[in-house]
Design a protein around this ligand. Structure first.
Ligand code: FRU
Length: 499
């Protein structure tokens, strides 16, 4: 294609992305067709790679491929051709990518470090034939900065031991033992495998049969070490997604904080405790980037829920990712918890440096927004605090905090495009952890999603929404003027990434 024609195609595509119903304006979404979990997130030579579960044949789940996109700044993405296609061993399910700097795999041929993808093969024919060993682990490598991939000739590298759910390998380099560690989701627990070359794997310990939430099968684990902000202490963090059984129904991601010795993970918290990374209904299967510069741990999740992901009312594509978040560790009343913060790169989306200063009892026109709010709970008394998004078709979405119940909520019941699933509309809740009289909310509003980082990110709620007409009016709660309940209200208009 000549350059002029290429530019024209790009412009046309962007025009429709601007106006298409429900198309996210600053979240990653596939151009067309079905997407689920983020996969293989890796940084290499100035590029953040995002692979994802992709079915290029329809807008519902099907034979899984790895879609691919890259970004220099985690905000604007360039779509690349499909990276991995199904083959005779099966569909390509979720997994991870590592930069093999020391060529432990021996795959290196030219100047680039091998990027090695470790993923699950799902043998659909085997499953249909009633087998139980249809999930195995395979590897593939790229010697050209992720542009083309070659599958390893001796796949699978881990055979199935006779367990139906045996998937989603997340691999890290474990400096202390000088080994690669794979965390694998195995039905109701995770297993840790070790390797020196990414090809031969030995089983180490396992974790989780009697810990945390078991409302559904365990999927998409991630294991990483995290230091406290002052650098004085560090802990190992294990993320585990559960397909069903999350606090507000359906899919969700829990986490454990403890220690890992290269083979065994021990949980600091009592067995029955479950900590959730996000209480909203729409953040699933998220994991962190490998090899990015600095010490940041950057997380991205799939912004949907298996309860209704395949029936949401988008036409050409299905699903988007959350905004990228930095995950950090904080000690609160004696125990550790994770804090999620929108990555600072997102600030480039702000249209102006100066925000609009918000007041109670005023309505503001909105489209794509970022809000930084602080409420004085003592002044608000019994009144809910938060925000209401509306339109002149009487559609409404409320994001609030109920002081009596000490709960945050997102109320999707007031939106009209909700026929696609009985599990979608509802009032979804999150407990407040902080005891502070000043309550903070950092909110991101896109065309069809809202992300709330409450109390500096100790409680997070991510939800998608579908309103027949755009929600174009914002007011704050409390609606009644209760003496100076709002102590700080800043709002930024955000840019679309399509222009
Ligand atoms: C999670 C998941 C993974 C699996 C993939 C298949 O959403 O079920 O466990 O690898 O999706 O698309």
């Amino acid at each position: 294609m000549c350059i002029a024609a290429f530019l024209q195609v790009t412009v046309i595509a962007q025009k429709t992305f601007d106006t298409e119903a429900y198309r996210p304006q600053y979240h990653f979404s596939p151009k067309e067709h079905w997407m689920n979990d983020p996969n293989g997130m890796v940084y290499y030579k100035g590029e953040y790679h995002l692979f994802y579960q992709y079915y290029p044949g329809a807008t519902v789940w099907g034979p899984m491929h790895w879609g691919h996109a890259i970004s220099k700044d985690l905000v604007r993405w360039q779509h690349l051709p499909v990276a991995l296609y199904p083959d005779s061993l099966g569909y390509i399910f979720s997994g991870s990518v590592v930069v093999d700097k020391n060529n432990t795999s021996g795959f290196k041929k030219g100047p680039e470090s091998p990027l090695v993808a470790i993923y699950t093969y799902h043998d659909m024919a085997g499953e249909k034939a009633g087998k139980i060993d249809f999930q195995t682990q395979g590897i593939a490598y790229s010697l050209d900065k992720g542009r083309t991939w070659k599958k390893y000739a001796k796949n699978p590298v881990i055979k199935n031991p006779g367990i139906k759910d045996f998937r989603d390998p997340k691999v890290i380099w474990h400096e202390a033992s000088k080994k690669w560690i794979m965390t694998l989701a195995v039905a109701d627990h995770v297993r840790f495998y070790q390797s020196t070359n990414l090809k031969d794997w030995t089983l180490g310990g396992s974790f989780g049969k009697t810990e945390g939430n078991h409302g559904g099968v365990w999927e998409c684990p991630d294991l990483f070490k995290l230091s406290t902000k002052d650098g004085k202490d560090s802990k190992w963090v294990l993320l585990v997604s559960v397909g069903t059984g999350a606090p507000n129904g359906g899919s969700g991601t829990q986490y454990f904080i403890g220690n890992f010795n290269g083979s065994v993970f021990t949980n600091d918290a009592p067995k029955e405790t479950t900590q959730w990374l996000d209480y909203g209904k729409d953040n699933y299967a998220g994991v962190t980037w490998h090899n990015n510069p600095g010490k940041r741990k950057i997380f991205l999740g799939w912004m949907s829920n298996w309860q209704y992901a395949q029936t949401v009312p988008t036409e050409k594509w299905r699903s988007a990712m959350t905004i990228p978040r930095e995950i950090s560790l904080e000690k609160n009343t004696g125990h550790y918890q994770l804090i999620s913060t929108p990555v600072k790169e997102l600030e480039q989306l702000r249209k102006k440096i100066q925000p609009t200063l918000l007041e109670l009892n005023t309505s503001y026109p909105i489209h794509l927004q970022e809000l930084l709010l602080q409420f004085d709970l003592a002044k608000a008394g019994k009144e809910d605090v938060g925000i209401v998004l509306e339109n002149n078709q009487n559609e409404k979405l409320t994001i609030g905090y109920h002081p009596g119940k000490k709960q945050f909520y997102i109320d999707r019941t007031g939106l009209s495009d909700n026929q696609f699933s009985k599990d979608y509309a509802g009032i979804h809740l999150a407990p407040r952890i902080s005891e502070n009289e000043i309550l903070k909310m950092h909110v991101f509003i896109d065309q069809s999603s809202v992300e709330v980082f409450a109390d500096d990110g100790s409680v997070v709620m991510t939800e998608i929404f579908f309103s027949k007409q755009g929600l174009n009016k914002l007011t704050l709660l409390p609606k009644k003027e209760v003496g100076a309940a709002l102590i700080d209200g800043k709002m930024f208009d955000l840019k679309t990434i399509w222009r």
